[in-house]
Write a protein that binds this ligand. Structure first.
Ligand code: AMP
Length: 444
């Protein structure tokens, strides 16, 4: 079925065709007619499925021809968890809407707010925003949400993971009751179901990829290796197999910086992006990576969220993520919209527990391949995993202690030196989940 047959108007079909899309993806086949009907939508779609066009195209059509927004008012609001994703959704809106007379602005934190206030002053048809900056703008009276016709929560699971639920509720509280709501999420944890129940009115439910499944077109591989040989192995793989456009994930910001430096020293051009980098530095690194000037981009999970590069061929898990869901998000950066991709994980003895969790979660065994010259020491003992960048090297505490601490208090974890417990058990799943929120918010 073509885009035109889905009921999209000619100027939108023309823009999409010029962009090179000939066939709607499965999520688009379902989402476009559902959104055009005007009802609420709950969509389970992983990144890489084409979900952005799935909501952007029908949203443009529904807004097209409507009344211009009043000063400071907006007609459609798209909330995203990260700046990068906001920027990319904004680019999609502009690209697909280029033959329509609709205005679009993107706002996020980390940059000067004044130009954003200026742009909003005349009113905007579509505003793409991260929750924190949107609240700032609301508080300053720069934006009025009373006339919102369409609300989109993109990557809602990730917004909740990042602790945005209170911000989202504050936004919802000032929206008009009559509006169309679209909620996109890769996973359906209880918190998402609760949000959907309170937000959506008799939603149409669609789901494309099998829940919690990894994207099928991605070749996955594990290279067992010792912890202190990982950077050498990565440099070897990149050089030996002439990998280009490699997105590498590390667990911590410090780890990302260190790895980028190590690779650069071996003559491989690499840059790190994470929450401690300025927005300008992040944008520059991403632009160089996209234009293939930069061979390797090293990123933490949150920073990499929303990176959308057509045909990104290689994703490397330099460290395994603490929560299995992140593995699916990470490798979903490659193999997008049907292209094939390779996801390689460098796994040391400390990470065997995390690997087991990932294989259980994705319901598949990932093939192992030992690289000659990098055989792991069979007698190596696991060490506790460092969860966040701290100069003192705070390490994950053994599960028993973690549990006691969890029960004892809901206070934020105190930072500070903590000696690594000798022989501490590997991170267990409940402990990993308990820590994941703090780690994520710490690793933006
Ligand atoms: P998304 O899941 O929205 O992040 O999109 C994933 C990737 O698929 C992006 O690189 C899009 O440019 C691409 N894409 C979206 N729709 C289509 C389509 N109908 N045909 C081919 N590629 C698409």
């Amino acid at each position: 079925m073509s885009f035109a047959e889905l009921g999209l108007a000619e100027p939108i079909v023309r823009a999409v065709t010029e962009h090179g899309y000939t066939q709607p993806t499965p999520i688009q086949l379902q989402a476009i007619p559902a959104v055009l009907k005007g009802g609420d939508l709950l969509a389970g779609a992983q990144t890489g499925t084409g979900k952005t066009a799935g909501f952007t195209l029908p949203m443009l059509q529904r807004l097209n021809g409507g009344k211009r927004p009043a000063p400071r008012h907006i007609r459609a609001l798209v909330l995203t968890p990260t700046r990068e994703l906001a920027a990319q959704v904004g680019e999609s809106v502009v690209c697909y809407g280029k033959y329509l007379k609709l205005s679009c602005e993107v706002v996020f934190g980390g940059v000067n707010i004044n130009p954003q206030i200026q742009k909003l002053s005349r009113g905007v048809d579509i505003l793409v925003a991260t929750p924190g900056r949107l609240l700032d703008l609301m508080q300053q009276g720069a934006v009025n949400l009373a006339a919102v016709e369409i609300l989109v929560l993109d990557e809602a699971d990730r917004m909740l993971d990042m602790g945005f639920i209170r911000d989202i509720r504050r936004v919802l509280a000032v929206l008009p009751p009559k509006r169309q709501n679209l909620l996109f999420s890769a996973t359906f944890a209880d918190e998402i179901k609760a949000l959907a129940d309170s937000l959506l009115n008799q939603p149409q439910m669609i789901e494309v990829a099998r829940r919690n499944s990894t994207v099928e077109v991605i070749t996955q591989k594990i290279h067992p290796v010792d912890r202190d040989k990982k950077h050498q192995l990565l440099a070897h793989l990149i050089t030996e197999y002439r990998w280009f456009q490699v997105l590498v994930f590390t667990r911590t910001k410090h780890g990302a910086n260190r790895l980028a430096e190590q690779l650069s020293k071996t003559g491989i051009s690499a840059m790190a992006i994470h929450g401690n980098k300025s927005q300008a530095a992040r944008t520059r690194a991403l632009a160089e990576f996209k234009s293939a000037k930069l061979q390797v981009l090293v990123a933490t999970d949150i920073a990499a969220r929303g990176i959308d590069i057509d045909h990104l061929p290689y994703v490397v898990n330099y460290d395994l993520p603490n929560v299995p869901e992140d593995y699916v998000h990470r490798i979903g950066r490659t193999g997008r919209a049907g292209a094939t991709g390779e996801a390689v994980s460098l796994v040391c003895v400390d990470e065997h527990g995390l690997l087991r969790d990932i294989e259980r979660f994705t319901k598949r065994d990932i093939p192992r391949e030992v690289i000659a010259g990098f055989e792991p020491d069979p007698n190596a003992k696991p060490q506790p995993i460092q969860l966040r960048s701290q100069p003192s090297g705070r390490r994950h505490q053994p599960p028993a202690k973690a549990k006691a601490k969890q029960n004892a208090s809901a206070q934020p974890a105190k930072r500070g030196p903590r000696p690594a417990a000798p022989g501490a058990a590997l991170l267990s799943r409940p402990a990993a989940n308990a820590h994941s929120r703090k780690v994520r918010s710490g690793e933006r």
